[in-house]
Design a protein. Structure first.
Length: 275
């Protein structure tokens, strides 16, 4: 917990800022912050955390005329669904229950407000709100411009974040998710996965920014898909080439079928030995 305290004292006020400063997983950071808050060693305020006695650090930017989060995001505490105007939001004036607004509204700070994005991402003009949650970058797109996230400069930045999340090791990795109206997309670099399942997506890099993917229908299915991907990568390393199957429901043993599909000379011996 001492790492977390030092990170906050040095100016890391958000969960993401603490993660970046300490290298700890989001789960460990959230647990430490919760424990430190209970011990009154840290104080929560509307934008994040600070040590007692430290002045509150103002956000990098101000919302100004923007109230996109009051429209696009779901706030269950006030019965607000996604993509509908909040009944407590007075256009041009702000929140009419600001002093007693829900905790979600108090703690929410979009990526633009935190200074992670350029002014072209100002939500009111961009038509989308980008925010961070546990293990994900979330992009909530205004249904009036559902294709905006596919346009530049937005798409390239989202691809960059997606690749960074994929390349991170262990618990620090994260997904990049886009919600546009009733449609949900998972980004794998420049590869767009429509309607990702709750069980996960297995994927294999085929170029620096593109992937082949298979959507899992169960945890066991995801495990089998990842096992086959691991075998594909081993064959690549061993022979310099492996064909990528089109089917999405593999069963072990994977190696003989992959060698036959790849027309490797070792295919028959692998089949005979069951390797």
């Amino acid at each position: 917990m001492s790492k977390v305290v030092r990170a906050v004292e040095r100016g890391a006020t958000t969960i993401k800022g603490v993660i970046d400063a300490t290298g700890l997983s989001r789960l460990k950071v959230e647990r430490a912050l919760h424990s430190l808050e209970k011990q009154k060693l840290l104080v929560r305020y509307s934008q994040g955390y600070r040590a007692p006695g430290m002045p509150t650090t103002p956000p990098v930017r101000q919302c100004g005329s923007c109230s996109q989060c009051c429209t696009l995001l779901e706030v269950t505490a006030v019965g607000k669904s996604a993509n509908e105007w909040c009944k407590h939001c007075d256009a041009g004036k702000g929140c009419t229950i600001y002093d007693r607004r829900p905790q979600m509204c108090r703690s929410f700070s979009c990526a633009w407000l935190q200074g992670h994005l350029d002014d072209e991402w100002f939500p009111e003009n961009a038509g989308m709100v980008v925010h961070f949650s546990q293990d994900a970058v979330n992009v909530q797109v205004d249904p009036r411009c559902p294709e905006r996230w596919r346009q530049e400069p937005y798409f390239s930045k989202l691809c960059e974040w997606s690749l960074n999340g994929i390349r991170m090791n262990g618990n620090r990795g994260y997904a990049t998710l886009v919600v546009a109206g009733s449609d949900t997309f998972l980004l794998l670099g420049r590869t767009v996965v429509p309607d990702p399942t709750l069980f996960g997506t297995a994927f294999l890099p085929v170029a620096p920014e593109t992937f082949r993917y298979w959507k899992a229908t169960s945890q066991e299915h995801l495990h089998r898909l990842n096992e086959r991907i691991a075998e594909i990568q081993r064959i690549w390393e061993e022979f310099g080439y492996c064909a990528i199957p089109d089917d999405d429901d593999p069963w072990p043993p994977y190696r003989p079928a992959l060698l036959r599909l790849s027309k490797h000379p070792h295919a028959e011996s692998a089949q005979d030995t069951g390797a």
